[in-house]
Each structure stands twice: as C-alpha cells, then as structure tokens.
Design a protein around this ligand. Structure first.
Ligand code: HEM
Length: 449
C-alpha cells in the first residue's frame, strides 16, 4: 500500500550526505591549514561530525529504501504507519543531540560512536521500532521470503545487538580488563559495519532482481550462500581489526577467508547479472544500472587492498595510517554510496516526476564521480605509505617534518575531494528536488510500479 514515509527518510538521508561531505571537506582543509576553523570546530571534532553524518546517510537511505520497497513496489500494508514517523523523529532529535554533544565537547563515547553514550538509547529505540514494524509487516504477508527480506531482517536485529555491544565498555568488568575491552570494542565496530552491509547488499540484490524482473536471483542457491557468508562475516570478520591483540591464529585465518570470499561472490553475482541483463532493461534503468556496475568495480578495487592489508605482516605497517582511511572511505563511498544512489535512481524511476537534468549530464557526473574517487583513494594510499615509512623506517624526523612532506598530497586530497563533492551534488540535488516535490504531491507514483 502506498506510503510516503520512505521518501521522507530519503530526503533526510540526502541532506545528511550533503552536510557530511562538507564536514569532510573542512576536515581535509584542516590537514592543509591546521588553524582553519579551529577555534570553533577543531579536527578532533570535525572528524566525528563528518563520520557520524555520513554514516547517518547510509543508515537513513537504507531504511528509506526498504520502507519504499515494502510499501510502494511490493505493495505490502505496513503494520504501523505511525512507527516510522516516530522512528524518524527520534533520529532527527538525536542527530541534534549528537551535534550539541560534539560542540560542547561531551565526547565520552569511543571511536566511531564518540558522542555521549546516553544518546545511544534513542538510537536503539528507533531501530527497535523499525524492527517491530518490519517483522510484523513481512511475517504476516509474505510466506516464502526472498533473500533480501532475510538480509534486511538480519541487518536490523544485528544492528540492535552490536550497538549494545559497542557500549559494553560501560560495564566495569569489561573496562577493567584491557584485552577483553579492546577485543569487544573492535569486534563490535566490525559487526556494526557488517549489519549495515546486510541492509545495503540486500538492497543491491533487490534492485538486480527487480530490474531484471527475475525472482530467481533472490531465491538462488548462490545468493543464499552469499547471505550465509555475509552473516558469518558479520559475526567473525572483525578479526583483522584486532591483529594487535593476542588470539588463536585460526580465528584470523577464518575471518580473513570469509571476508574475502564474500566480496568475490558479490563481484560474481553483479557480474553475472550484468552479463544476463537485456539491452532494454539496461536502458530502462540506465542510471541505477550504472551505479551497480560502479559498485562492482569498487568491490574489486577494495578487495585487492583488503587482500593485501589483511595479511598480518602488512597490516602491522598499515595500521593507523591513511591506508585504513582509504579502505573505509573506498568502501563507504565506492560500495555503499554507489548501491544507495542506484537505489534512489530506481525509486525515482517509479515516481511521476521526471529528473530535470539531462541524461548525458548525469552520465558524465557518474564518470567524474568514479574517476575522482579513484584519485582520492590513491592519494590516501600514498599518504598512508609515506606515514608508515616515517613511523617504521626513519629516525630523527619530527612529526611536523613528515606532515610538511605530505603537504602536496593533502592539497591533492582536498582538490579531489572538492571535485568528488561537486560530481555527487550534480547527481543528487535534482533527486532531492524530485523527492521533496513527490512528498508534497498527492499522486506521486507512476500508475505501473
Ligand atoms: C559519501 C561521502 C563520504 C563518506 C561515506 C565518507 C566516509 C568516511 C569514513 C567512514 C571515515 C572514517 C575513516 C576511518 O576512521 O578509517 C572518513 C574520514 C574522513 N573523511 Fe570521509 N567520507 C566521505 C566524503 C569525504 C569527502 C568529500 C572528504 C573531503 C576531502 C572527506 C574527508 C575525510 C577526512 C579528512 C577524514 C578523516 C581522516 C583521518 O582520520 O585522518 N570525506 N570518511
């Protein structure tokens, strides 16, 4: 049954993406001019502002896409139409709370969740509301679940658990035991990412199945194998985060094997789908299709990097350098953002309003997005190698001298960042306008969806 709440989530997600990218640009400017805006938001705060906001983009867009698919393309009746509104409201109020927490320096949280831990409570409530609505809606109306329903359900449940797990350090028996504390903390971050990957990869499979109009992708043995591999990865794939901690070697080998196999299988699934897709479908959904192909390329690029730096001897040198940042941004932009933009293009193709931007302009922007992202990624790798060389192979060179030697690399990083942001803005601003107008209009869906 028609429901616009998914579109409202998507509007919020695009606003988060725009804001988050600007925080990223400001943070990169602080590499070049350390005093830039320092009196108001120093790098130690700018970074969490950036990371939290772009993660919100991923989470909000995945949630909005799932709500849209369930109620508009699958035409299921939502168990509750009120719960998603409360869910969104809670998230928006919490976002303000998180920004206040950063601005006022109340950052007792850790790493990626550095805001005041109390704010995790409303976030958890939001996820629980989403979970109740999701399971109550699907369980009552769908008998034989395609793989994406399993993936979304699993993502929601594990997200709730891992958000709690990431705060186990608040319990004294964890906090006072160093190895236990660090192991659980980094495990939870790995699994936290695994949980949103479940939502996002589920969306990728959904899109492939709908674009091709072929349900076999969503019920195939290969896809279910991919789901179980993803689930294993979500539970055990965190080991490369914890190489510094003593643990049995077999855990590392299993984690390494599982995480690499999952990506190889995803490349294979997207590639075989591309090969079997007719020309008409490629044309009909040309923009969603292009973003899914970009995803395939980015999974491949990230796989090579991850294959290398997950080898313990190499990980020793890359840990804590920009190589890790290249991996995080390479995956969250190249893989997650590409799939989510494919999802928005697919959703917009179901709306009455047409994209006012010329097709050729969007296609050129997608090329620009991929090329600059690649240069951005390579610059980070270069900076990472230089820093690692400074840490392990040089003596008597001060940190400031090493930073000075990276000056040109930081300028390149900033310039590629600006072009990347421009290419994304060209693509998403018309989408944002269409979504906003559709939210306000009564008849927003095409007759045949
Ligand atoms: C879709 C857009 C983006 C996403 C999803 C994204 C994601 C991320 C993530 C996940 C991190 C954390 C890295 C880590 O801890 O390993 C990060 C850090 C960072 N990002 Fe982005 N990013 C985006 C765009 C940008 C842009 C356009 C810039 C501008 C040049 C930028 C600059 C930075 C900087 C400076 C850091 C901090 C790196 C450090 O710790 O030294 N990001 N980003």
């Amino acid at each position: 049954m028609k429901n616009k709440i998914g579109l409202v989530f998507l509007v919020a997600s695009l606003l988060a993406l725009i804001t988050g990218m600007f925080f990223g640009l400001f943070a990169s400017l602080q590499y070049i001019i350390p005093d830039f805006f320092k009196a108001y938001i120093p790098f130690s705060k700018m970074r969490p502002f950036h990371v939290t906001t772009v993660i919100s983009w991923i989470v909000l867009c995945a949630t909005g896409s799932i709500y849209f698919f369930i109620s508009n393309t699958e035409k299921l009746k939502l168990y509750s139409t009120k719960l998603p509104k409360v869910h969104l409201l809670i998230f928006l109020i919490t976002a303000i709370g998180i920004y206040i927490s950063f601005l006022s320096g109340k950052m007792e949280g850790r790493e990626y969740l550095s805001y005041s831990p109390i704010l995790t409570i409303p976030i958890l409530i939001g996820w629980i509301l989403f979970g109740i609505n999701y399971f109550k809606t699907i369980r009552n109306q769908v008998k034989n679940w395609p793989v994406y329903y399993w993936m979304w359900g699993t993502g929601i449940v594990f997200m709730i658990y891992h958000l709690c797990e990431a705060h186990f350090w608040l319990i004294p028996s964890f906090r006072t035991h160093f190895i236990k504390d660090i192991s659980v903390q980094w495990k939870s971050y790995g699994s936290f990412v695994g949980s949103w990957n479940m939502l996002v990869y589920g969306i990728a499979i959904y899109l492939m199945s709908k674009i091709k109009n072929d349900t076999s992708i969503a019920f195939g043995k290969k896809t279910f194998f991919f789901y179980f591999l993803g689930l294993t990865n979500l539970m055990f794939g965190w080991a490369h985060h914890t190489y510094v901690i003593p643990m049995p070697t077999w855990i590392r080998y299993v984690a390494y094997g599982v995480s690499m196999t999952e990506w190889i299988l995803l490349i294979h699934i997207i590639y075989s789908w591309k090969q079997s897709l007719g020309k008409e479908k490629k044309k009909e959904f040309s923009l969603a299709y292009r973003f899914l192909i970009s995803t395939d390329i980015w999974v491949f690029i990230n796989l090579i990097l991850a294959l290398l730096f997950s080898i313990p001897a190499i990980n020793f040198f890359t840990h804590g350098t920009h190589i890790t940042v290249a991996h995080s941004m390479g995956t969250t932009i190249g893989i997650n953002t590409s799939i989510l933009l494919a999802s928005i293009f697919f959703i917009v193709s179901k709306l009455k309003l047409k994209n006012p931007l010329k097709l050729i302009t969007i296609k050129r922007s997608i090329v620009l997005y991929n090329v600059t992202l690649f240069l951005f990624f390579v610059t980070l790798l270069f900076a990472g190698v230089k820093r690692s060389h400074w840490i392990y192979f040089t003596k008597d060179i001060h940190f400031s001298q090493m930073q000075d030697s990276l000056y040109l690399a930081y300028i390149a990083f900033f310039i590629f960042g600006v072009i990347l942001v421009i290419s994304i803005l060209v693509i998403i601003i018309p989408l944002l306008v269409i979504l906003l107008k559709s939210v306000r209009s009564k008849e927003y869906l095409k007759k045949k969806t």
